[in-house]
Design a protein around this ligand. Structure first.
Ligand code: ZN
Ligand code: ZN
Length: 569
């Protein structure tokens, strides 16, 4: 959410006090510095503590190199410069370059001339090549994991040394198109994974941040207003189920948010980013950068694998972490509380269908859908049942589809019920459509690679319980079910209100102004005719022409023109 909005004087209506909004800027300011210090391992007490040193031991060498790089990056741009370090100057320039779409040549030319304009002894690089090399040396601490070009698998663990995908046989390496030679060592697709464990441990090395990390433990809302996820039922429910996890105030809860983004203003969306999220900007972590140009869709599970493994480790074993606030070590554990996404991404994360006959995730197999012949889309009916039994909308037949709806909404399936049903589901990832004969082979590979294969236990009994109709609306057994607590969660997936509000608002405005995403038109009116409702809106034929009668929402030509002008459609 826009920070400026939070600073408005009426923000307290949402349950947050003004003092918190005021402190926002301060928090952001110190954050960079604090994170930086944490990364530098400046905590001397940490180094002195005998016995604690082993935690950092294995990373020591890497850290020394990293420290040297940081020191170099923090050199002032020129001896008396107070505003820019070498790193901040290069990053600012690089940002301008990508934001304005400069060509490599123009950027290079600028770099050649700029150091001449700066005072003597400046440290600015003089070519694009050197700038890129400098930025690359930081590597951002991510792991590069090669992926099958068709999204079948990642080349890690058992597949680490393979040259082609074990499933679709596609080459792992790029091919030189001119001579048809495989360029070994140059991968076709690379997943960038930013491991979460070292970063979480780093956060506890900073005293200020450490304090914030346990904020939720003593700041539960006392007036029953929802100010923070700590006030939600899910939080309480999981605390009650796992008291030892809840008892440690430093244990963390995460949300996983998904979105596509375009890092270098390129014409097509090339990457999808999947950051961890918890309210404040500084607590958002980029965890996975999935290569494009197509979004991974249902195959997202393949790419989530390293993250889920780390989350499983953080739940099952915990990670020995030094806490700068209490100057002691503890086993840090973490839980993934839910995902936050738009509706199509929800389908990919949860693994259920969000289109077609069973497109309503709440109604599931009982979705009451209707195919609109002319508009060529499914619509989902009978949601008035969700209203209280005496709600006056239930009586307004003519407002809706001409039918009165009695009865009550059905119960939503719980995580355990979904898990039971999907228990023996064989996932089949990859974008290549496979013939039936090949598919059999694939299933075998899946079974081999599945390390926690538990299907051996009384399969026949379980098959009796599987609801085939319900099963038909699932595309996969989501990788999130590998998290031992996932099926216990009350709400596993959240829809991002911003996306939904934006789409609904765009449709309403477009319908009013008869443009862009308008839902009104000849096909919509013909569908009304087929359904036999809203007779006044049915299309009317006069001679060779068809007229659409003006609807209640139709604007007069003058107003429409003015409105279009002001909304820049
Ligand atoms: Zn493949
Ligand atoms: Zn529904």
């Amino acid at each position: 959410m826009d920070d400026a909005y939070k600073k408005r004087c009426d923000w307290y209506h949402h349950g947050e006090s003004n003092s918190r909004a005021e402190s926002d800027t301060k928090v952001t300011q110190w954050n960079d510095e604090v994170l930086y210090q944490a990364a530098e391992f400046l905590d001397e007490e940490f180094a002195y503590k005998v016995g604690l040193s082993e935690i950092a031991e294995c990373d020591d060498k890497k850290e020394d190199e990293f420290l040297a790089k940081l020191a170099d990056a923090e050199t002032p741009l020129y001896p008396s410069c107070v505003n820019h370090s070498k790193l901040s100057a290069i990053v600012s320039l690089f940002r301008l370059n990508t934001k304005n779409g400069w060509s490599d040549k123009s950027f290079n030319d600028l770099l050649e001339i700029l150091p001449e304009m700066l005072p003597k002894d400046n440290v600015l690089h003089t070519s694009l090549y050197k700038v890129k090399k400098f930025l690359k040396s930081f590597d951002m601490g991510y792991q590069k994991i090669h992926a099958c070009v068709n999204d079948c698998c990642l080349f890690r663990k058992n597949y680490k040394k393979l040259d082609s995908c074990p499933k679709c046989n596609a080459s792992r390496w790029k091919t030189n198109l001119h001579i048809g030679e495989i360029k070994k060592g140059v991968p076709q697709k690379v997943l960038r994974y930013f491991p979460i464990i070292p970063r979480l441990k780093g956060m506890f090395r900073s005293k200020e941040m450490d304090k914030d990390l346990r904020w939720h433990f003593s700041n539960k809302s006392s007036d029953e207003k929802l100010c923070h996820p700590v006030d939600l039922v899910t939080w309480d429910q999981m605390n009650a189920k796992y008291p030892s996890f809840a008892g440690e105030e430093r244990n963390l809860r995460h949300g996983l948010s998904t979105d596509g983004f375009n890092p270098f203003n390129m014409k097509n969306t090339r990457y999808s980013c999947w950051p961890d999220l918890c309210m404040k900007k500084e607590n958002i972590m980029l965890t996975l950068l999935i290569p494009g140009p197509q979004q991974p869709g249902n195959n997202i599970d393949v790419y989530l694998e390293p993250l889920i493994e780390d989350l499983c480790h953080l739940w099952d074993n915990g990670e020995l972490t030094y806490d700068a606030y209490s100057k002691s070590t503890f086993d840090l554990k973490a839980m993934l509380l839910w995902t936050i996404s738009d509706f199509p991404a929800y389908g990919n994360l949860a693994g259920c269908k969000v289109k077609g006959k069973m497109g309503c995730p709440l109604c599931g197999k009982n979705t009451d859908s209707m195919w609109l012949k002319f508009s060529r889309k499914h619509v989902y009916m009978c949601h008035i049942k969700g209203l209280p039994p005496t709600h006056h909308f239930r009586m307004k037949k003519s407002w809706f589809d001409g039918k009165a709806e009695n009865g009550r909404k059905r119960r939503i399936l719980s995580g355990q019920e979904i898990y039971q049903n999907l228990k023996n589901f064989k996932n089949n990832f990859g974008t290549l459509k496979q013939s039936a004969s090949k598919r059999k082979r694939t299933v075998n590979i899946e079974a081999d690679s599945d390390s926690d294969d538990q299907s051996s236990e009384s399969e026949e009994d379980e098959q009796d319980q599987v609801d085939e109709e319900e099963l038909s609306r699932w595309k996969k057994k989501s990788i999130f079910f590998k998290l031992p607590y996932w099926q216990e969660l009350l709400v596993r997936h959240n829809l991002d209100v911003m996306h939904v509000e934006r789409n609904v608002a765009a449709s309403i405005i477009s319908t009013l102004l008869h443009c862009w995403k308008s839902k009104d038109g000849l096909n919509a009116r013909k569908d009304l005719e087929v359904l036999g409702i809203r007779k006044d809106l049915h299309p009317k034929t006069k001679g060779k022409r068809t007229y659409l009668p003006a609807a209640l929402w139709s604007l007069s030509k003058e107003i429409e023109c003015t409105a279009r002008w002001s909304t820049k459609f």
